[in-house]
Design a protein around this ligand. Structure first.
Ligand SMILES: Nc1ncnc2c1ncn2[C@@H]1O[C@H](COP(=O)(O)OP(=O)(O)OP(=O)(O)O)[C@@H](O)[C@H]1O
Length: 230
């Protein structure tokens, strides 16, 4: 099922009298059940593509649909609600809140959603269990390794039960063993029905992908599909 779709969507940035086309007119779909890798050189438009799918920016032209909702006509606050309910974000530097322990970091999005405290606690424990970090729930981020912090960040991204998980260079700060733990976790989330999108420079991640697209000079090219062997 298609979870996010760009139709003839492009993105331009205005810098004084200069127009930068970050993304050319693009047709692109993100499906549930797949781990999609977005690769490409620096400055090619990968983050722009991820930001569009993540409802962080509006397309300059064309249409953006996420979870059957048309994003073009939405206000900033409607977009924020769609982000909170539909999308989980995972970043290169984990972005955990330093003075909060693992449990309190993961429960935060549920508190923002106004979920009742008993249910929020239960869902937080389940999310921590899913990434194998329940026994570290009292730990502060600084007491955890990079790979463990990223697993907490993944628990925080999935606690709201989003349809899409967007990851910007999720393994860039990790050693080889942690890369495998984190990518296998993300792959298993995809295989259990989420759409997982990973932007990366790291060619080692190709082996975890169901589908790979390359962005070059703002143009998106499909490299593989689900039916092709990598
Ligand atoms: N807010 C902005 N204002 C102006 N130009 C921008 C803005 N964001 C991105 N750009 C430009 O758009 C183009 C694509 O940038 P983008 O960040 O999408 O590339 P990227 O592939 O993610 O790069 P990297 O791998 O280095 O993160 C670049 O030329 C960049 O300078």
């Amino acid at each position: 099922m298609v979870i996010a779709e760009l139709k003839n969507a492009s993105k331009e940035y205005q810098m004084g009298d200069q127009t930068i086309t970050a993304l050319q007119s693009t047709n692109f779909k993100v499906n549930d059940g797949e781990l999609l890798l977005i690769i490409g050189p620096s400055g090619s438009g990968k983050t722009t593509l991820l930001s569009l799918i993540g409802c962080v920016i509006y397309p300059s032209k064309g249409e953006l649909t996420v979870d059957n909702e048309h994003v073009n006509g939405m206000s900033q606050s409607q977009m924020a609600r769609l982000r909170l309910n539909t999308i989980g974000f995972v970043f290169q530097n984990f972005n955990l809140i330093a003075p909060l322990n693992a449990f309190d970091n993961v429960i935060l999005p549920l508190q923002l959603q106004g979920v009742a405290s008993g249910e929020a606690k239960e869902r937080t424990e389940k999310a921590l269990e899913k990434v194998g970090m329940l026994d570290r729930k009292k730990n502060l981020p600084k007491q955890l390794s990079g790979g463990q912090q990223q697993r907490i960040a993944i628990a925080r991204a999935l606690v709201t039960n989003p349809k899409i998980i967007l990851c910007d260079e999720p393994t860039a700060s990790l050693d080889k063993d942690s890369v495998s733990v984190v990518m296998n976790e993300l792959k298993s989330l995809a295989e259990n029905g989420k759409a997982v999108v990973v932007v990366t420079h790291d060619p080692r991640l190709k082996e975890y992908a169901h589908r790979i697209v390359e962005v070059k000079n703002g143009t998106v090219t499909e490299l593989t599909d689900l039916n092709q062997n990598l």
